[in-house]
Design a protein around this ligand. Structure first.
Ligand code: IPE
Ligand code: IPE
Ligand code: MG
Length: 246
């Protein structure tokens, strides 16, 4: 069924929306370089894009969005860039508490918190607490996130249970592993979008992406617009998902 929303004919089937969208927000550095600006300007522009896209996903009725903001491998970048990104994420969380919370968004951080500064950890706790009773879209910010770390962490939790005699190794199921990931209790992403034409997952949701539809676009993340989001959703709706069946 196609219908008009916000007086715009956008050709989206609202009965067949992806429930969960994952986004690998890539290309900030190249966006800045093209303009002769420092990489930090690209990250700042990317953060502004993120707010717009989350707001639109929420309006569209998408239930979950997971955005890759900082990977476990991104610590390899120059200290100046890492410091800038951490500060940007801190400000994003702080600001989101006011703006996105007002739009009913539930904000959560996924990833390992151990390596993050106490200042950021505290802000994560505050933002999560402040938005936890909201009823709109759930936004997972993948921050110091990597699938391999996430799966390793889940395995450790299950191994400890086995050692304590709370479960037997032969009883471990894929569902138990899913449950112990940072996204435990949430549906797997239906659609994963990656910008900037890099055709890889870069350690993003590798367990959860088993049957996700992958969408790659040449658009650099700061330029990613509502139109691009709609194009990705419409492309998703043209796919034939089979999950191994016929
Ligand atoms: C994505 O943009 C943001 C992060 C990884 C934090 P990049 O910084 O990777 O931008 P490119 O890939 O160098 O253009
Ligand atoms: C993936 O982008 C991480 C984020 C978007 C946060 P990268 O730019 O770090 O990935 P690679 O290095 O090109 O694979
Ligand atoms: Mg990149």
């Amino acid at each position: 069924m196609f219908f008009r929303k916000n007086k715009r004919e956008i050709g989206i089937d609202y009965d067949n929306l992806p429930v969960h969208i994952g986004v690998i927000m890539d290309g900030n550095g190249r966006w800045a370089k093209k303009r002769g600006l420092p990489r930090s300007a690209g990250h700042q522009a990317g953060a502004d894009t993120l707010k717009k896209i989350v707001t639109e996903c929420n309006k569209m009725g998408i239930k979950y969005i997971t955005v890759y903001a900082f990977s476990t491998e991104n610590w390899k970048r120059p200290k100046d860039e890492v410091d800038f990104l951490m500060n940007l994420l801190y400000n994003y969380l702080k600001d989101a508490e006011k703006t996105l919370a007002g739009e009913n968004v539930v904000i959560r951080a996924i990833g390992s918190r151990e390596e993050l500064s106490e200042k950021i950890r505290q802000q994560i706790r505050k933002t999560e607490e402040f938005t936890k009773n909201n009823t709109g879209i759930v936004m997972n910010i993948a921050l110091n996130y990597g699938s391999r770390e996430e799966i390793t962490n889940a395995v450790k939790i299950i191994a400890e249970k086995a050692v304590k005699g709370e479960c037997r190794p032969e009883d471990i199921t894929p569902e138990m592993i899913s449950e112990k990931l940072y996204t435990g209790g949430q549906p797997d992403p239906d659609l994963i979008i990656r910008t900037s034409h890099e055709l890889r997952l870069s350690n993003f949701m590798m367990w959860q992406a088993s049957y996700s539809e992958l969408y790659f676009t040449k658009t650099l993340w700061p330029d990613f617009s509502m139109r691009d989001l709609h194009a990705a959703v419409m492309e998703y709706q043209r796919r034939n998902r089979r999950f191994g069946g016929v």
